[in-house]
Design a protein around this ligand. Structure first.
Ligand code: PMP
Ligand code: GLN
Length: 382
């Protein structure tokens, strides 16, 4: 487990955020926006606190928020989970991921993820006692090597833990890739747990929920979160939807992890989920411009830039600058030029770490002038 964070006992996000704070660097490491979300949502949380929504919420979430989650899935994807039995509210997507893996996997099971993979996946698979099997995503577009993906499945594959749009690579998987995964999961009797927290952060492509594909619904748990869509990463409100029996099992585990999730935030996120389509288009459009500002700056600074189709992360290759060890660079970058980033090898097992050795991830969910300043500092590297 400790190998995940370089043996330092804290996550890479903690490490890089405190390094940025210590050195006064611009923090393009940990992904969190530097502007608040919509005023109506902030006001709704404040109003809820003033109105006394300050004690435990129902364990599975308030009826109002569960209905809002179901309504959002119907509006965007035509999916119709029953808010009474097929939706639960969690303490961020992080808890939904942990509760799902703890509910369904244990020693002797395999959990399959892409590689690179979001850091909590490796840690929670470790906690569950299952074995973590990976299939590589390959530069430049970070699509899966389909033969390797197929070979990674086995009779023991209990869960395929998907992440789409994908952190850290920014890949957004097209229908044929998703269908192939669903077909393999059916063939091997695996559940699909799909982390779609960046569902609204896509650029020029539409997000396709895995649960919407033929053959998927009965075996798929879909996870999302308010943090990214509404720029409230600190509120830690997430949700999980899927078939009643699977959701019930996750809920059982959730009861003993946190019991329930932040009461006053639940009406606020319900209000957010009801915002018009124009809000969601605005989120993606604003972020796309930020992606372009940072990508142009990174290119001008001499990095090889991999254009992301989603998330708020852009990956670069440091090799054109003659730098081949991104972990070492990330530890020195704040002192060197006053910018913090996350090295991609920390999202990998050793073989994948070797393959991604010169890759570095930058977050672009920051104000335009901050991104421009970061890019001009990085230009002094070469
Ligand atoms: N999954 C992915 C892929 C993420 O990038 C993150 C963090 N932003 C999370 C889950 C955690 O989401 P939350 O803050 O809602 O727990
Ligand atoms: N998801 C955020 C990222 O990838 C970090 C969240 C965290 O610090 N755990 O940057």
């Amino acid at each position: 487990l400790l190998a995940l964070d370089g043996g330092l006992g804290v996550t890479i996000f903690e490490e890089m955020t405190s390094l940025a704070a210590r050195t006064g660097a611009i923090n393009l490491g940990q992904g969190f926006p530097d502007e608040d979300g919509p005023q109506e949502i902030l006001d709704a949380a404040r109003d809820a606190i003033a109105a006394g929504a300050n004690q435990y919420a129902p364990g599975k979430g308030t009826p109002q928020l569960r209905e809002a989650v179901a309504g959002h899935q119907e509006r965007f994807y035509g999916l119709t989970p029953d808010p009474a039995t097929e939706v639960i509210i969690t303490t961020g997507a992080t808890e939904a991921i942990a509760a799902s893996l703890l509910a369904f996997t244990g020693p002797g099971d395999e959990v399959l993820t892409f590689e690179p993979f979001y850091d909590s996946y490796g840690a929670v698979i470790g906690l569950s006692g299952a074995t973590h099997v990976t299939a590589p995503l390959l530069a430049p577009d970070f699509m899966p090597d389909m033969a390797a993906l197929e070979a990674a499945f086995s009779e023991r594959t209990r869960v395929v833990l998907l992440n789409n749009p994908h952190n850290p690579t920014g890949a957004v998987f097209p229908r044929d890739v998703l269908q192939k995964i669903v077909d393999l999961a059916r063939r091997y009797g695996s559940l699909i747990v799909t982390d779609e927290v960046y569902e609204h952060l896509t650029f020029g492509v539409r997000h396709i929920p895995a649960a919407s594909l033929p053959g998927a619904a009965e075996r798929t748990l879909t996870i999302s979160s308010a943090g990214k869509t509404f720029s409230v990463t600190g509120w830690k409100i997430g949700w999980l939807t899927g078939p009643e029996d699977l959701v019930a099992a996750v809920r059982t585990v959730k009861q003993f992890l946190t019991y329930s999730s932040g009461t006053p935030f639940q009406p606020a996120i319900a209000a957010g989920l009801a915002l018009p389509d124009s809000f969601y288009e605005g989120v993606a459009g604003t972020l796309e411009r930020k992606r372009d500002i940072l990508s142009d700056g990174l290119r001008a600074a001499g990095f090889g830039v991999y254009a992301p189709q989603g998330t708020y992360f852009v990956n670069v290759d440091t090799a054109p600058l003659g730098i081949t060890d991104s972990v070492d660079l990330a530890r020195r970058l704040p002192e060197l030029v006053g910018v913090a980033a996350i090295p991609v090898p920390v999202f990998c097992h050793p073989e994948g770490a070797e393959r991604t050795r010169s890759l570095l991830r930058f977050a672009f969910c920051k104000k335009a002038d901050v991104l421009e300043e970061a890019a001009s500092r990085l230009a002094t590297l070469s």
